[in-house]
Every structure is written in structure tokens, then in C-alpha cells.
Design a protein around this ligand. Structure first.
Ligand code: UDP
Ligand code: MG
Length: 324
């Protein structure tokens, strides 16, 4: 494995007590296995001493690199930035809170080298709160698997391994990092799930609570849209619209028949329905056309970053210019 290069991507938001220990653990786990690697910490607007701690790590070890965000942009943006600046043939994402165990990294790398594009960690023995975390997560995983048709036991686990090509084409926002395997399925990737260790959070607090469930759900709707219809939005809106129109026209014809052939009044509830159906149908089709135009623009590449960076520490000018 002489020349293989590995990038570890770690989002950090107020993890001052964790980053030092995490660094030690990562070094311990990688040292015997690999000659070339970089550890990219993304400081996502921490308000504690995380950044200072990271700078110290960088001073002692040049393989440690830091992207310092101007403010908190969220875990997805942080992972995205890490991907954009990474140079590895294999890229690993891992949380900074020590809940994932860096000792699992070599197993994940091996799986990627075996030929999988994405290797997902599965926290079989998850050490989190039962009602607020494990229960929503159980149903969440079932729902996401059902809707995206990419079946995984643990969408929430951020300990994952990627082949370079996969990360180059991903754009993440909102809570999208959780859906990476589903998003990537669009590219026809091969993925696999392997059991990984999980530990309790000892230092610092979890950044999320039940409130996240809502955002995760909304993102799932937009994900489904992206996965199924974003190339041809007119096909959903348009078919809904046509359907409404046909129903509207049919009931309209029926009312005309009632009025002119049966000589009864057509001014009954069905008239409201007729007008509404035709109107909604027409709106749906126009909306579909509008979405169609937006989709074209979207897929032609909206090349804006979703974050702004204050400092890039440890990267060469080349790295910074080269990023996708
Ligand atoms: N994180 C981040 N930005 C945020 C929230 C979280 O970079 O806005 C990082 C956090 O420091 C940790 C990882 O994302 O490394 C996962 O966060 P956390 O452990 O709080 O989530 P949980 O494991 O409880 O789902
Ligand atoms: Mg955690």
C-alpha cells in the first residue's frame, strides 16, 4: 500500500476536550498501517478553545490541517469542505466527539480497497439515549431505507469510508450528510455496511436533540425529489396537473350536460370542484415547467460554496486552487 494516501475528515463544533484525545487515537490506529495520511479538522465556528487546541496539534504534526469556518455552518457543510480540500485516495469521515472509535478505520479502508465505493459504519451497540435518540433513529432508518431504496441499518453513523471519485461529486447541505449513501446511489455506487464500535460521549454535549428529527424529515422530502424527479420535474407536477385537469374537464362536461339537456341548474357544489380542479391542474403544469427550468440550471452546476472559510491552515496554495 506504499503510495496510497488517506484523508481523515473531522467536523468540530465545541469539542475542546475531545480533539486532543481523538488525534492520539487516530495516530495510534493509522501509524502501523499507512505511511501517508492527512487529518483535516473543520472548525465549524466553535466558541470554546477547540481552534486553539487544533492549532497546537498542527504545530506538532504537519499532517494535521485545519479549515476554520467564519461561523457555524453545520455538520454537512463542514464535511463538504473537508471533502473539497482532501487529497486522499480513500477518505474517512469521523465525529470529533470520540463516540466513534478510530481503531475501526483500517477495517473501513480495507473494505474500500476491496472495491466498495462507500463503506458505512453500523453502530450495532449504540451508546446513546434510548427515547430521544435510538427510538427516532430506528424508525428514521426504516423510513429512509424505504423511501430511498438504499437499505441501511444506520444512516446516522458518520464513520464512513469513501473512494475519491464519490466525494468529488457530492454537494451537501442541511442535514444531507446523513443521506450520503442514498445521494450517491444516483451515481450507481457500490456500498456496504460493516459493524463498528460506539462509545458514550464523555466530554462536551451533543449538538442535536429531538428538534433535529423535523429537519431530517424535511430533508428526506427534498432528497426523494432530488433522487426521483429532479431531472424531469415536469413528470410529477405535470402528471398531477393533467390528472386534475382531466377530472375538472369531465365534471365540467357533466355540468354542461345537466344544464342544457336536463335543464337543471348547474350551480351546485360540483361547480366549485370543477373550477378548482381545472385551476389547480393548470397551476401544477406551470409549476412543473418552472421546476424544469430550475432543474436545468441546478444540474448545470451552481458552483457556490455553502460555507466561508477564515483560515486554511496546513494546505499548500496548490491544494487550495485545485479543489473541485
Ligand atoms: N458538529 C459540527 N457542526 C455542528 C454540529 C455538530 O461540526 O453544527 C460536529 C460535532 O462536533 C461532532 C459531529 O459533528 O464532531 C457530530 O455531532 P454530535 O456528536 O453532537 O451529534 P450526535 O453524535 O449526537 O448525533
Ligand atoms: Mg456524537
Amino acid at each position: 500500500m506504499g503510495n496510497m494516501f488517506i484523508s481523515i475528515v473531522i467536523p468540530v463544533y465545541n469539542e475542546e476536550e475531545n480533539v486532543g484525545i481523538l488525534y492520539e487515537e487516530i495516530i495510534h490506529s493509522l501509524n502501523h498501517h499507512y505511511d501517508h495520511f492527512e487529518i483535516i479538522f473543520i472548525n465549524d465556528g466553535s466558541t470554546d478553545q477547540s481552534f486553539q487546541k487544533l492549532e497546537e496539534l498542527h504545530k506538532n504534526d504537519r499532517r494535521v490541517k485545519i479549515l476554520n469556518f467564519r461561523k457555524n455552518f453545520g455538520q454537512s457543510a463542514a464535511i463538504s469542505a473537508g471533502f473539497a480540500f482532501s487529497k486522499g485516495d480513500v477518505i474517512i469521515t469521523i465525529d470529533a466527539d470520540l463516540q466513534n472509535d478510530p481503531a475501526d478505520i483500517p477495517t473501513i479502508v480495507d473494505k474500500v480497497l476491496e472495491g466498495y465505493d462507500i463503506v458505512n459504519g453500523w453502530r450495532q451497540k449504540r451508546k446513546d439515549k434510548f427515547w430521544t435518540r435510538k427510538v427516532p433513529s430506528f424508525f428514521g432508518n426504516k423510513l429512509i431505507s424505504f423511501i430511498t431504496r438504499v437499505r441501511l441499518h444506520d444512516y446516522g453513523c458518520t464513520l464512513r469510508g469513501f473512494k475519491r471519485e464519490v466525494v468529488e461529486n457530492l454537494k451537501l447541505y442541511g442535514e444531507m450528510h446523513r443521506y450520503i449513501p442514498a445521494l450517491a446511489s444516483r451515481m450507481g455506487i457500490r456500498s456496504v455496511e460493516i459493524p463498528v464500535h460506539h462509545r458514550e460521549r464523555k466530554h462536551g454535549k451533543s449538538k442535536y436533540g429531538l428538534g433535529r428529527t423535523m429537519r431530517v424529515l424535511l430533508d428526506l422530502i427534498s432528497l426523494k425529489y432530488l433522487l426521483s424527479f429532479s431531472y424531469r420535474p415536469l413528470q410529477i407536477f405535470g402528471s398531477l396537473g393533467l390528472f386534475m385537469m382531466v377530472i375538472g374537464l369531465a365534471s365540467g362536461l357533466y355540468l354542461t350536460y345537466v344544464k342544457y339537456f336536463l335543464n337543471q341548474t348547474a350551480n351546485r357544489p360540483l361547480l366549485f370542484f370543477t373550477v378548482l380542479a381545472i385551476f389547480v391542474g393548470f397551476q401544477m403544469i406551470t409549476l412543473g415547467l418552472l421546476a424544469e427550468m430550475l432543474a436545468r440550471i441546478y444540474h448545470e452546476g451552481l458552483d457556490k460554496d455553502l460555507y466561508t472559510i477564515r483560515d486554511c491552515i496546513g494546505f499548500s496554495d496548490e491544494d487550495i486552487d485545485d479543489r473541485p
